[in-house]
Structures are given as C-alpha cells and as structure tokens.
Design a protein around this ligand. Structure first.
Ligand SMILES: Cc1cc2nc3c(=O)[nH]c(=O)nc-3n(C[C@H](O)[C@H](O)[C@H](O)COP(=O)(O)OP(=O)(O)OC[C@H]3O[C@@H](n4cnc5c(N)ncnc54)[C@H](O)[C@@H]3O)c2cc1C
Length: 478
C-alpha cells in the first residue's frame, strides 16, 4: 500500500468505533468539534512525510518489504539508526508547535519491545510468537498505520496484585480461549490517541506472578472491534480562537478510558497469552523504548519555553538585565540536558535480538530529569513573562472597534512592539503553562511514560551497582 495521505488516514477513522466525549456518542471522530482538532494534529505525521525537505528523515526504504515506508517503522540495528529515530521524533514534535504526535511513535516502541520479548519467549518456551509479531509489524508498515498503546490498567487497589482485586476486571485479562482466538475483558486508563488511530496495541502494565497468568496478555486490535469503548477527556473545541489558544487549538492529543467488554482477538494478533514470566520483561522493555521517545520529544517544548522567555524579555525591554538573563540561561539548559540524555541513550545502547535498545540508565535519567524539573521551568517562564500571562484579554476584544485600540495602545511593549504582538506572546505562554492545556502539560510531564517512581525503579534496575560497589571496595582497601 505504501505511504498514506492525510485523506486516506482520515477516511480510515470513519469505521463505526464507539467513542464518547462530554456525554455524547461521537459518530465520526473526524467531524466532531473536539476530536477533529486532535485528528488534525495526528494527521500532520502524514503531511510532514510528504514534504520533500523532510523526506530523508520521515521516509526510509524498508529492506524487508522492498518499498518506501514511514521511518517510524524502521527497526534500529545500530546506534546511529537509534539516534535517527530520536531525531525523527524530535523534529516531528518541533514541526507541530512542540507538541508530541504519539500516533506512530508509541506503537512502534511497542513493536520493537514485542520483537525483542517474543524472541525471548520463543527461545525459552518454543516457537509461538515471533513470526506473528513480525507479520503484524510488516502489515502495519505496509498499511502505514497509526497506533495507540494501552498498557496502564485501571488497577483498583494499587497495593493488591491483579488476581487479588475485589473485581477481577481491574486489570485486562483473558476470559476465554477459543479455536480462533481469545476473549479479553477489563479497562486501560489514559490511552493517548486511541480514538484517532487505526490500531491499538495492548501489553501488561507490570511484572506478574503465576496466579496472575490470565493477566499476562498482549495483543493488537482495530478500534472498531465489537465490545471496545473509549470515553475521552474533553479538549478545546473548534470554536476556540487560534490567537487565544495558539497551540492547544491546533496541536493536542486526547486520552481515553479504554474498556474491553469481552473483545474477541484472533490468534494472529495475540502476542502473549498466559506466559506470566515474560509480562514484566515486556512491560520494562517497552518502557525503555518509550522513555527514549520521551527524551526525544521533550526538548522542543523546552526550546519553546526558552524562546518565549527570551522574546518576553525583549518585549519588556529587559533583555540586558542580568537577573533575567540568568533565568533564560536556566531555561536553555533544560532542553539541552534532556537532549544530552537522549543522544547518550542512543550511543550507549545495548543490542537484543539484533535491535539497538536505548541505554536504560540514560533514558530513565533523562525522563526523570525532565519530569522533576518541568514545574521549575514553567515557573521561570511565568516569572520572566509577568502577570499578563493570565490577565490578557482575548482576540475578540482586540477586534472590537472601541476596546481594540485601547489594548493596542496600553499593552504595547519596548521598541515598537505592539499590544497585539505582546498579547499573542502572552497567550502562547498562558496556553502552554496556565490554561487547561497548561495544567495538562504539568501532569503529563510527571506521569506520561510512567510516574517518576517508575523511572527510579528503571534506573536502579539498569545501573551498574556492582561496578560502583567494586569502586568503593577498592577505595577503602587498606
Ligand atoms: C496525559 C497522559 C497520557 C498517558 N498516555 C498513556 C498511554 O498512551 N498509554 C498508557 O498505557 N498509559 C498512558 N499514561 C499512563 C501513565 O503511564 C500513568 O499515568 C502512570 O504510569 C501512572 O499511573 P496512574 O496514572 O495509574 O497513577 P497511579 O498508579 O495511581 O500512581 C499514583 C502514584 O502512586 C504511586 N504508586 C502506584 N502504585 C504504587 C505501588 N504499588 N507502590 C508504591 N507507589 C505506587 C505512583 O508511582 C504515583 O506516584 C498516560 C498518562 C497521562 C497522564
């Protein structure tokens, strides 16, 4: 099939999927006033791949298929190819007003993890999954699909294991096996982009014991499978002004609670079913790839913050003030250190099943750093920008024949900066840091790709503690 167009992608979403938002059933996600915005955001990945100057980054010749394909599907075999994957994610984000477009990144993170872990399962337990995963990956590449990934179970009592919960459906599980496939029940939380993609990959959220074997399940499903329901969070509507909401009105993801009420999955789409010993390995291998994706998509937002602070300083006539320069310098360090973690995670990768796997310490450290420092970065930007970030009137006021000239005159900045220019910048900063979307950014930075505790566990697991302890032993030798 080859590379798809924006229109082909949009047409594929009109498939009768069951989606709810703000209490209404959405018949066509491409026509809904809220969901259409996130469809437009997701569609950009196809538009960007069609731009000649971006083609080398977004498109590659797939040797397995013998045809051009989205570079997201490239299996990184070397550190350089892993780095190129990070470059792709970073540039895609930069092109979309520094907002991550998850629709090809997260699914391919999952495919890479499945390729690694399916090979391990097959080697240890006999052939069962690797061929299926390869065939599924090739089909996704050929169809040029978009994908979401559902890992986070709703989890009920976090202190109990899946099989100990009062309701056995609080983690997704297999309820029936048939000659043709399996039937799954349960719900996954916070599925980004589920309502606007072609395929959903589901994997376990944690390590499991033998008593939890029915929860050790990984599979892929189309979003219109009978029994699958997505209930979304709300976002801005198409009626919102792009002046007042410059980013979130055009570039925004959507999340859903994704419910599986006895969804049938044919065997060729089942990638783990009962092999509880591998649930944790799949969960953490995916997390490593996905945190590498995280440290790839975050720098452009840091750059936007830094640029907005530098421009605000100019508009205020304060670009020479030492105090302001110090804050801008700290904002410049934020994306630089995240990118440093990303580049090192690629150059210090390990190889599993011939696939370059990002270094676990650097990808966890980078994600932990950007999550733990993000609120400080927001504070620095808001500090430099001033109170107009939250007190600025709207585009409608600017357009009003009486109010508009007053805003132009009294909100003017240094060196001829107009009231409109200054307001536009303040609305950008509000949108990113002090609006509904700004609040979303605060929370997604903490919890997206796993909570900070998950990164600490990952870094602990991957760190060379024995090597470090040996260093101490040598240091204290008499
Ligand atoms: C905007 C957004 C988008 C997301 N997109 C996706 C997605 O596309 N797909 C997907 O699968 N997930 C997605 N996530 C989920 C994300 O990975 C989780 O939010 C994260 O793992 C935390 O899980 P939780 O939200 O259930 O919080 P909780 O599990 O309720 O965690 C709350 C706190 O409790 C701690 N905690 C939890 N359990 C324990 C325990 N047993 N012992 C000690 N401490 C514990 C956590 O570390 C955290 O500090 C997304 C999240 C957000 C916010």
């Amino acid at each position: 099939m080859g590379l798809r167009t924006v229109e082909e992608y949009r047409a594929g979403l009109r498939d009768g999927r069951r989606v709810f938002v703000e209490g209404r059933r959405v018949e066509d996600v491409t026509a809904d006033p809220m969901l259409a915005i996130t469809v437009g955001h997701s569609a950009e990945v196809f538009a960007l791949a069609a731009r000649p100057e971006l083609r080398d980054l977004f498109v590659f010749h797939d040797p397995d298929l013998g045809e051009p394909a989205s570079a997201y599907f490239r299996i990184p075999r070397t550190a350089a190819e892993l780095r190129a994957r990070g470059d792709l994610i970073e540039e895609n984000t930069r092109q979309q007003r520094s907002t991550f477009n998850i629709t090809k990144a997260v699914g391919t993170d999952a495919l890479l993890a499945l390729l690694v872990v399916a090979a391990e399962v097959d080697r240890e337990l006999g052939p069962r999954y690797l061929d299926r995963v390869r065939r599924y990956r090739d089909a996704c590449t050929r169809r040029d699909v978009t994908m979401a990934l559902a890992q986070t179970d709703v989890k009920g009592d976090r202190g109990l294991r899946p099989s100990q919960q009062v309701d056995p459906d609080l983690y997704v599980r297999v309820v029936r096996r048939t000659a043709d496939g399996i039937v799954v029940r349960g719900a996954k939380a916070h599925t980004t982009a589920g309502p606007v993609v072609d395929e959903l990959i589901v994997i376990p959220t944690r390590a499991l014991g033998e008593e939890d074997r029915e929860y050790a399940v990984a599979f892929a499903t189309p979003l219109n499978a009978p029994g699958l329901t997505m209930i979304c969070r709300p976002i801005v509507t198409e009626a919102a002004s792009t002046f007042d909401h410059p980013v979130s009105r055009r570039n925004i993801e959507i999340e859903s609670l994704t419910v599986f009420e006895d969804v049938f999955v044919p065997w060729e789409r089942v990638f783990l079913c009962g092999e509880w010993q591998f649930a944790g390995r799949l969960a953490t291998t995916f997390a490593t790839f996905h945190r590498y994706t995280a440290v790839s998509y975050k720098p452009p937002l840091g750059e936007l913050f830094c640029g907005a602070a530098a421009l605000a300083a100019e508009y205020h006539g304060l670009e020479r003030a030492g105090t302001i320069r110090g804050k801008i310098a700290r904002l410049a360090m934020y994306p630089a250190l995240i990118r440093a973690a990303r580049l090192t995670a690629a150059s210090e990768c390990r190889f599993a099943e011939g696939i370059a796997v990002p270094n676990g310490v650097y990808s966890n450290a980078g994600k932990f750093y950007f999550a733990s420092q993000f609120h400080d970065a927001v504070a620095l930007l808001q500090d430099v920008a001033g109170g107009l970030v939250i007190t600025g009137p709207t585009e409608a006021d600017l357009r009003h024949p009486e109010a508009g000239p007053l805003l132009e005159k009294y909100l003017a900045g240094a060196k001829g900066v107009s009231g409109r220019q200054r307001l536009a910048l303040m609305h950008l900063i509000r949108d990113l840091t002090a609006s509904d979307f700004g609040g979303y950014n605060l929370v997604v930075t903490l919890h997206g790709e796993g909570s900070m505790d998950a990164q600490l566990l990952g870094a602990y697991r991957e760190a060379d503690l024995e090597g470090h302890k040996a260093l101490v032993r040598r240091a204290i030798e008499p």
